[in-house]
Write a protein that binds this ligand. Structure first.
Ligand code: SAM
Length: 286
């Protein structure tokens, strides 16, 4: 007997992974949560049938979300992670000793408890004394703050279901307000490849450009996400992602990484022409 997880990437494209065993399945208040084990990708988490992470390629997403802004901002003391209930982003953040305080705002407590049990690889940073977990809607949480955080990482699901509010103009405006005068926001920016994903990516980009003075996009190859070509948004009040990157300082830290390095940091901001054109289209629109 063969058991397969299949995600529809478009109406006519499917992505499948052969499953050894289903480890967990639950319908929470917010979404369906499933955890599977597989030969090729190890343990993987899906929400409402959409791939969130696999043990084999999660390092790419989490390293690119955290180390890119951390090599640019010279003094991150207080960070906010919105979403990210699997813990991968927090795991990378706690590697920086200068960070004094990390708030994680996850809407669904069941994602955190399931990952604590079945995905220790990502959930291993939750018990660090600097980490404070709030089970709330990130959209509402961030409204409460002004001039509070050095870094905000939006590690959300896609722009539908519970994650929808995390792609709105109101949300990006409130992140701007919650950041200090030299704060940085990084968000998962969807994929440019399939038309529906590209439209969502352009919509998010337009809203971020309208909210932040510096807004650049960078890319990574994440095999289990639709098309494998994934984007991140770098939005900033002061620091430029390339001009202000302290490559030597970051190298001196001696952090072992599987994907990120400071040469790749530079390269990740060099986008294919078709992606640049998509971004320019919405940057120019009134
Ligand atoms: N790396 C993943 C991806 O892009 O596919 C995202 C992973 S992480 C599991 C996303 C988390 O965001 C989920 O656990 C989900 O519950 C949480 N989330 C969705 N909407 C949210 C909201 N409005 N506020 C806070 N967390 C939210």
């Amino acid at each position: 007997m063969e058991l397969w997880f299949t995600e529809k990437h478009t109406e006519s494209v499917k992505f499948s992974i052969q499953v050894d065993k289903q480890l967990y399945s639950s319908q929470s208040e917010f979404q369906r949560i499933d955890i599977f084990d597989s030969k090729e990708f190890g343990i993987f988490l899906t929400l409402d049938g959409y791939m969130m992470l696999t043990q084999k390629d999660e390092f790419i997403y989490h390293e690119m979300m955290v180390h890119v802004p951390m090599s640019v901002h010279p003094n991150v003391k207080k960070a906010l992670v919105i979403g990210g209930g699997d813990g991968g982003t927090v795991r990378e953040l706690v590697r920086y000793p200068e960070i004094e305080h990390i708030d994680l705002v996850e809407i669904d407590a069941e994602v955190v408890s399931a990952c604590r049990k079945y995905l220790r690889q990502t959930a291993c940073g939750f018990d660090d004394a600097r980490v404070h977990i709030y089970y709330e809607d990130g959209l509402k949480f961030v409204r409460k703050f002004s001039d509070e955080y050095d870094l905000i990482l939006v590690d959300s699901t896609d722009p539908f279901g519970p994650g929808e509010g995390l792609f709105t103009k109101e949300f990006y405006g409130n992140c701007y307000k919650a950041l200090k005068a030299d704060g940085i926001m990084v968000n998962q920016h969807e994929s440019p490849f399939y038309p529906n994903d590209a439209t969502a990516m352009q919509r998010a980009h337009k809203r971020i450009v309208e909210s932040f003075p510096i807004s650049r996009v960078y890319q990574a190859h994440i095999p289990t996400y639709p098309s494998g070509h994934w984007l991140f948004g770098f939005a900033s009040k002061k620091y430029h992602p390339l001009d202000d990157c302290d490559a030597e300082g970051w190298k001196k830290r001696g952090l072992r990484t599987g994907y990120y390095n400071v040469q790749l940091h530079k390269g990740a901001f060099a986008l294919p022409n078709y992606v640049e054109e998509m971004l320019e289209q919405v940057e120019k629109k009134p």
